[in-house]
Design a protein around this ligand. Structure first.
Ligand SMILES: [Zn+2]
Length: 471
């Protein structure tokens, strides 16, 4: 399980990097923009949605409700069950059809209350570094692990240490590239240290791994995230923690002055498997109800912050988009189905279970929102021509909110399994400049989300769904 999930996470990072590089290579083209003005019918449908969105918006209040009901909702925990209950009740109260809970078996990982990284001075002085366990990491013995720190910039550099790594703590300190405008590409270019740092550390006999947090900001907040938890023989990798970017700078500075020893104590642990659920609700299609367009985000979140952007925003985008269609009296030809996926962060089991359970059902398209609640900028879709350019044309009314662009690309992590079955997918792409300031950190709370940006994301998604489900 964990090997698979971490491979998938790594693959996603590599994929977004490859995508970004491909985007750079084709830079003159960039995302497609509409080649024509909106038709009267497109304008009228957008206006109907915008009227509801502007007079009676509900996404932000919904996000507040989710974060109040389930601020901590990592898969397999009581918080995840509370989030599922909130999702079910919300879909039902909005009057959607076929509201249900589809069970998903999920891995259970508990952070515990000890996560301590301490620099040990020669004189017995101790200096703590702001740290948190990486998701799925094995814990340390109660007394911790102790070792001299070796700083590296890559997995390859760590591997090349060979025997010199034995008994040490490997410190991965290659920052996300701040020059890249696409912060997802910068993330993709650095996240292998988080995904596989503990694995490579264990290969060379190191006792622990420290990873510079995945953000371009320099601050005191450590960012967690999934990592590969087991070696090829099933034994645990080296215990691994993220340290804040400021702590990483501090540790780097200390290492310039001479050898540094640290003690890591982590009480996190895996606790087998538990049950979770994908929560589903629909707006049945008016002409082809058997054909489904899925819209979704993930209901689980890392346990460091409240998961307001990641992915509370995507959850309420999806629900609010359905509500806007219904309230505006637009019932598309195909069924539009909101899926609140379980367990994206620590295993991707929700997306896998959904694809497995629905593999014989005709799916026309899947669209995800899992890039935060910032101002919507564009969509992406993996349709071929001429449909791709026609879809870009049909987005013309979204120019009103700065979101009339279509890039080439598929769905988010929850849709990978559906995409593998051959279903066309896409994603809502908001402004990403500050996404990684909050991603998987204690700062990902309601106050980090702008009300108008969030509501506009839901409006853009509702219009996109109307176009695709009527295609
Ligand atoms: Zn996410």
């Amino acid at each position: 399980m964990t090997a698979l999930s971490s491979r998938t996470h790594y693959f996603l990072g590599a994929a977004s990097l490859a995508l970004a590089l491909a985007g750079c290579a084709a830079a003159p083209a960039g995302p497609a923009t509409p080649r024509r003005a909106a038709t009267a019918e497109e304008s009228a449908r957008y206006a109907a949605l915008a009227r509801v969105a502007q007079s009676d918006p509900k996404a932000y209040a919904m996000l507040e409700g989710l974060l109040r009901a389930a601020p901590r909702r990592l898969a397999g925990t009581p918080g995840a069950a509370a989030a599922e209950a909130w999702g079910f009740a919300t879909l039902q109260s909005l009057g959607f059809e076929a509201v249900r809970s589809e069970p998903v078996r999920v891995p259970v990982w508990i952070r515990g209350d000890v996560e301590e990284v301490m620099v040990l001075g020669a004189d017995g002085a101790m200096e703590p570094l702001r740290a948190c366990a990486l998701g799925l990491s094995p814990g340390t013995p109660v007394e911790g692990v102790l070792g001299e720190v070796i700083e590296v910039r890559s997995l390859e550099e760590a591997a090349s240490l060979g025997e010199r790594g034995r008994g040490k703590v490997i410190f991965y300190n290659r920052p996300m590239n701040p020059a890249l405008e696409d912060t997802f590409a910068a993330y993709g270019g650095a996240v292998d240290q988080r995904s596989r740092g503990g694995y490579v550390a264990k290969q060379i006999g190191a006792v622990g791994a420290l990873v510079r947090s995945m953000t371009t900001r320099v601050d005191d907040h450590p960012h967690t995230g999934a990592m590969r938890a087991t070696m090829d023989d099933g034994s645990p990798v080296a215990p691994s923690a993220a340290i804040s970017t400021r702590a990483a700078e501090r540790l780097h500075g200390l290492l310039q002055q001479g050898p540094v020893r640290v003690r890591m104590r982590l009480s996190c642990r895996a606790e087998g498997e538990g049950m979770g659920a994908n929560i589903v609700g629909e707006l049945r299609g008016s002409e082809r109800p058997q054909e489904v367009v899925v819209v979704g985000g993930h209901l689980d979140a890392w346990d460091t912050g409240d998961g307001a952007h990641d992915d509370g925003a995507g959850i309420v985008h999806s629900i609010e988009a359905l509500r806007l269609l219904k309230a505006a009296g637009l019932r598309p030809k195909r069924t539009v189905r909101a899926v609140l996926f379980a367990n994206e962060e620590s295993g991707l089991r929700g997306g896998q279970a959904y694809a497995e359970a629905h593999r014989t059902e005709p799916h026309f398209f899947g669209v995800e929102s899992d890039r935060g609640g910032f101002a919507p900028r564009r969509f992406q879709a993996n349709w071929a021509e001429p449909q791709f350019s026609e879809l870009a044309d049909a987005l013309a009314p979204l120019a009103a909110i700065g979101c009339a662009q279509l890039a080439r690309g598929g769905g988010g992590a929850d849709l990978t399994s559906l995409e593998r079955l051959g279903v066309s997918c896409g994603e809502l792409i908001p402004d990403c400049a500050h996404y990684f300031d909050y991603h998987h950190a204690e700062t990902d709370v309601l106050a980090a989300v702008d009300r108008d940006d969030l509501e506009r994301g839901a409006l853009a998604l509702a219009y996109f769904l109307d176009v695709v489900a009527n295609w």
